[in-house]
Structures are given as structure tokens and as C-alpha cells.
Design a protein. Structure first.
Lengths: 318, 160, 126
């Protein structure tokens, strides 16, 4: 005999009719006539959880700190993020749709990954939230075991799906960041391109530090030797900024290339970088610079053209 | 083995080869080259390059080290007439390898160290000491000099 | 002489085999200057392919060679500098201003030929 046959939501304060049941009937509560009340049940427990939001959120934040998770963040930050997560969590529980949560999980990950938060922390805090909410539900519905069971039936799958969604979102964001970094590394380490005979193009993209600058120079010098290049077009359009150390290195690269018999044309020099060069004492007139890569290549071809055909003027007949 | 390892570790954290029980390469090695003439400049930098290579430095770093040694040794020849260059292997934090070069002489000393560290090579070919250049080639640089007593320049370079 | 100097037409080619002492370098410089005068050479090639270190003294000597031979009508080109050596030279802060550089002997000769032709072409009635 079932306790409830109506479609009304079960109020926890109503004493159980007849004998309390201690066994669960998952089928009936999910697919049977009680299904509609499961939806109602869900709404009810979400209302309860929203109603107690501040208290439960604080309880959760406390547990997070006790478990020494999110040590990279301050207490205020944890509470702030906890509030957002909590609200999103409940939305997901209520609606059963995960898109909004996925989006939130990705945006959260984007924020916390640079802070050094790891996957075990993320899973940890989500599970702690699940625990805190579950305990709250236990406390509320413990008088009626059958109702409690049905509440848990409604809550648990939702909570588990949420934990998985958040974890997966975090991992996906991590993988995206790693892919981006690999791309950047590839672009930076690429590039000496032998375009045509005696001409090399070196497109530099991104920020360069001292070590990368040194690596680039070594690569370029070796490429000059291997390809017997006479002209190098070094394009720094993709370099947003340069400190004086790296700028110095740029100058050294140009000079070192000259010692191997190659002329370097620098293209894509931004006004900021030009200023940096002037600041470190470079006379830009002594540097071969052209506005853009295309212009640089044309200049390079011109230089190479001159090399190939020696200028021999016919002597004027007198 | 345990005792030996403990002794080695307290001496500076060498990794003991479990196979032979010997340190490899010989990181306790210290080499001293007596400097009297320009012939010794070539000797010093050759030995420096060899030591650097054995410590795992790449070809570019080997050349930078050899060049720094060449400059320092030449300073001894030019200004003090005689002195010595000591080459030593280093083991740093996390087991990283390095090389230390100590160029020591009992020559006239440098009266204005500050100035020597400022001025580089002049394009006119003036005989600067080239110390700023040596500093650029190395990771750590130290100089002690006293007029009438002599000069000691110590440089270190670490293997990345 | 420590470094052999070869005459190839209007050019002198000095190939450095190994590490040179300061005295050897000075001998080379004096030898080149003398021979440029004797043969009225138009160009000097100093091949430093085998040089694994170029310190301030070596740089100064090469600059001197270029300077002094130019006064006698010859252009100097250094060829074969190793990438690591080039890096250490620029890091040391040394400039080889006024000294031409080419990748190797072939490029060096091509450079000298171009220079010679340009001079010849520009001289009226020459």
C-alpha cells in the first residue's frame, strides 16, 4: 500500500499515514503515478535549498576551507564563487538541463585555472556541496523515510550529473588552455621559412622572453648557414611589446646575422617597439626596417636582385 | 653505500651513480692553470670548453664560457703578467650543473672598480678590461680588487 | 708564419686553422698588410671557419687588418664565422664595424668581385 496517491507535493511535516515504509520503490517513484510528484518533490526541495541558501552556502564554504581546498583563493573570493556555484547548482537541479551549468562551469574554470586550482579541488568542492545539501535534505525529511527516499531519488541523480558536468567542464577548459599554449609554442619555435633561394622569412608571434629570444637567434643563425641565406626578413608584426632586454637581443640578432653574411630586414615594427629601440640607443637609420612583411619581401628581392647582377656601366664613347 | 651517500650529500648533494658508486663526471674536480703568457690564454679556454662540455653545456654556452675565460685570462697577461685561472664544476639546487671560473692575479689591482664595470669596449679599440662583456656572458659575476695587492674575478654559469 | 696566406688573383686568402695566440694574430695582421702592399691586392679574405672562440683581442686584430689594408686599397671580408662565435661576439658587446662578413669563401669571393666590378664600372674611362 502506498502512502500517497494524490499528485500533491508531500509536505514533510505531515505525519506519515499508516506504517512508515522503509524500503524504496524507485520504479514507482520515477516512472509510476508518483512521477509527477517527483517533479513536485524536486521543486519543493529546491525551494527549501534556496530558502536556506545563505546558511548552507556558508556551511559549504566552511567545509571547503576545513578541507584545505581552493587555497589559492581568499576567503572572500571563495564565498563569492560559492554563491554563484550554489545558485547555478540549484538551477541545474531544478530544471534538469545542464547547458547553463556547462557554460557556467567553463567560465568558472577559465577564472580559476590561472589561479592554480587543480581538478581534485574542483571535484572536491562540488562533492562537498552535494554533501552539504544532502545533509540538509536528510535533516528536513528524516521523519518520513519513504519521503526521504523519494527526495533522494530525485536529488541524487541530479547531484551526480552536476558533479560530472563541472568536472568535465574543468577538464575541457584545461585541455583548451594546453592546446592554446602548444599552439603558441609551435608558432614561436617554428618559423624560419626558406622562401626562395637565399631568402629566409622569420615571422615572430607573441611575447618573447630572454630564453626564447636566445633560442630564436640560434635557430636563425643555423638556418642562415644551412640555407646560405643572404637576406632575412624578420617580421615582428605579431609581437605586441618588447622590453629593453629583448629589444637589445633583437639588435644583437641583426648584428650576429650580419657576421654570417646575411642582411636582416625588420618588418612590422610598431611605434612602441620603435620607441623602445630608440631608448636603448639604437639608431633606427642604421637598422633596415620596412613597414610590413610584403614590403620587406619586396625589399629583400630587390637586394638579392642587386647581388645577382653586378652593375657594369658601359663606358661612354668620347 | 648509505653512509657514503650521506657523506656525499652533506658535501653538496651529488648524485651517486648506483652502478659504480663513483661520482660521474668527477664533480669534485678543480683545475688550476698557471698563466704567464698569451699561450696560456688558449690553454685556459680549451680546458674550460672541455669542462663545460663534460658538464653538459651546449655548444653555444661552451663558446660563451670559453670566450669569458679568454677575456679574463688575457687581462691577467696584459695587466698582471702572471696569475692563475681555476676551473671548478658546480652542483646547484635541484642537481643542476654549473661551472665556476676564478681568475686571480697579484698584479697592480684596479683603482676604480666601478668605472671598470661601466665602460665596455670602445670602438676606437681602446684597451678596456671588457668586464661588462664578461658579465653579460655569465650568470654570476664577482670582482675583488685592491691596488697593489691584485684582482680576483669569479664568474659562474649554470646549465639550463 | 703560423697562418698561410695564399694569393688568388687580385685577392689574398688567409685561412686560420686553429686557435691562435696573440702573437700569431699580430703576425697575421702584419703579414697581410705587407703582402697587400707587395701585390697591390684588391681584396683580403680571412677565413675563420676553424676559429671556435673570438675574444676582444681577435676582434680588434681583425678590425686592424680591415683598417690597415683598406688604407692600401684592399677590402677585407671575414668568412665562415661559426654561429656560436657570432653570438658570443655580439653578446660581449664587440662590433666588427667596418668589417665585411660573408658566409663562406665562395660568398666572400663573390662579394669582392661585385665590389671590384662596381668600382670598375663607375670609373669613367677606366
Amino acid at each position: 500500500m502506498r502512502n500517497t496517491e494524490s499528485h500533491e507535493p508531500v509536505a514533510s511535516t505531515r505525519p506519515a499515514e499508516g506504517r512508515p515504509r522503509s524500503h524504496r520503490r524507485p520504479d514507482e517513484s520515477r516512472h509510476g503515478p508518483g512521477a509527477a510528484s517527483t517533479g513536485g518533490l524536486l521543486r519543493e526541495l529546491v525551494t527549501h535549498l534556496r530558502h536556506n541558501r545563505n546558511q548552507l552556502r556558508d556551511e559549504w564554504a566552511k567545509r571547503i576551507m576545513e578541507a584545505r581546498l581552493l587555497t589559492a583563493m581568499s576567503q572572500d573570493e571563495i564565498v563569492a564563487e560559492a554563491t554563484s556555484v550554489y545558485d547555478n547548482y540549484l538551477d541545474a537541479v531544478q530544471t534538469g538541463t545542464l547547458e547553463a551549468l556547462q557554460a557556467y562551469a567553463r567560465s568558472l574554470s577559465e577564472r580559476i585555472i590561472p589561479r592554480g586550482v587543480e581538478i581534485d579541488e574542483v571535484v572536491g568542492i562540488v562533492l562537498l556541496l552535494r554533501d552539504v545539501l544532502a545533509r540538509s535534505l536528510f535533516a528536513k525529511y528524516r521523519a518520513d523515510v519513504e519521503v526521504l527516499n523519494r527526495v533522494l531519488d530525485a536529488y541524487e541523480p541530479a547531484a551526480n550529473r552536476i558533479a560530472i558536468t563541472v568536472a568535465v567542464g574543468f577538464v575541457q577548459e584545461r585541455e583548451r588552455v594546453i592546446r592554446e599554449q602548444q599552439e603558441a609554442i609551435r608558432e614561436l619555435s617554428t618559423p624560419v621559412l626558406p622562401v626562395r633561394e637565399r631568402l629566409l622569412i622569420l615571422p615572430i608571434i607573441g611575447l618573447i622572453d630572454r630564453q626564447r629570444a636566445r633560442q630564436l637567434t640560434e635557430q636563425l643563425l643555423c638556418a642562415i648557414r644551412t640555407n646560405r641565406a643572404r637576406v632575412v626578413v624578420m617580421d615582428i608584426t605579431g609581437v605586441p611589446a618588447m622590453d629593453s632586454n629583448v629589444a637589445n637581443h633583437l639588435v644583437q640578432t641583426v648584428e650576429a646575422s650580419r657576421l654570417l653574411g646575411a642582411t636582416v630586414i625588420v618588418t612590422g615594427l610598431s611605434p612602441e617597439i620603435a620607441q623602445t629601440l630608440v631608448t636603448i640607443g639604437v639608431d633606427l637609420r642604421t637598422m633596415n626596417t620596412v613597414g610590413d612583411l610584403q614590403g620587406g619581401i619586396e625589399e629583400a628581392e630587390r637586394l638579392l636582385g642587386l647581388e645577382v647582377v653586378p652593375v657594369i656601366e658601359a663606358k661612354p664613347q668620347t | 653505500m648509505g653512509e657514503r651517500q650521506r657523506a656525499a650529500e652533506s658535501a653538496g648533494g651529488f648524485a651517486v651513480s648506483r652502478r659504480s658508486g663513483r661520482l660521474s663526471p668527477d664533480l669534485t674536480q678543480e683545475e688550476s692553470i698557471s698563466v704567464r703568457s698569451d699561450v696560456d690564454i688558449v690553454v685556459a679556454r680549451r680546458r674550460g670548453r672541455e669542462l663545460a662540455a663534460s658538464l653538459g653545456f651546449g655548444p653555444t654556452d661552451q663558446t660563451l664560457i670559453a670566450t669569458a675565460i679568454s677575456e679574463l685570462t688575457r687581462n691577467i697577461v696584459l695587466y698582471a703578467e702572471r696569475g692563475q685561472v681555476v676551473l671548478k664544476a658546480l652542483v646547484g639546487q635541484g642537481g643542476k650543473r654549473g661551472i665556476m671560473v676564478v681568475a686571480r692575479d697579484h698584479g697592480p689591482g684596479i683603482s676604480n672598480v666601478e668605472q671598470a664595470l661601466q665602460s665596455g669596449f670602445s670602438t676606437s679599440g681602446g684597451l678596456g678590461l671588457g668586464l661588462p662583456g664578461v658579465r653579460r656572458l655569465t650568470d654570476e659575476f664577482d670582482i675583488a680588487s685592491e691596488v697593489g695587492r691584485g684582482t680576483t674575478v669569479t664568474v659562474k654559469k649554470w646549465n639550463r | 708564419m703560423a697562418v698561410p696566406i695564399l694569393k688568388q688573383g687580385q685577392y689574398l686568402i688567409a685561412t686560420i686553422q686553429d686557435a691562435l695566440t696573440d702573437a700569431d694574430l699580430q703576425q697575421l695582421r702584419d703579414g697581410l698588410v705587407a703582402q697587400v702592399g707587395r701585390h697591390r691586392s684588391r681584396g683580403v679574405i680571412v677565413d675563420i671557419t676553424a676559429l671556435d672562440v673570438m675574444d676582444s683581442f681577435a676582434v680588434r686584430t681583425v678590425r686592424d687588418i680591415a683598417h690597415m689594408t683598406r688604407l692600401r686599397g684592399a677590402e677585407t671580408v671575414i668568412v665562415g664565422m661559426q654561429p656560436e662565435v657570432a653570438l658570443s661576439v655580439v653578446q660581449l658587446g664587440l662590433t666588427l664595424e667596418g668589417v665585411h662578413a660573408a658566409l663562406d669563401l665562395e660568398e666572400g669571393l663573390a662579394f669582392l668581385d661585385k665590389k671590384a666590378n662596381a668600382v670598375r664600372g663607375g670609373r669613367p674611362g677606366g
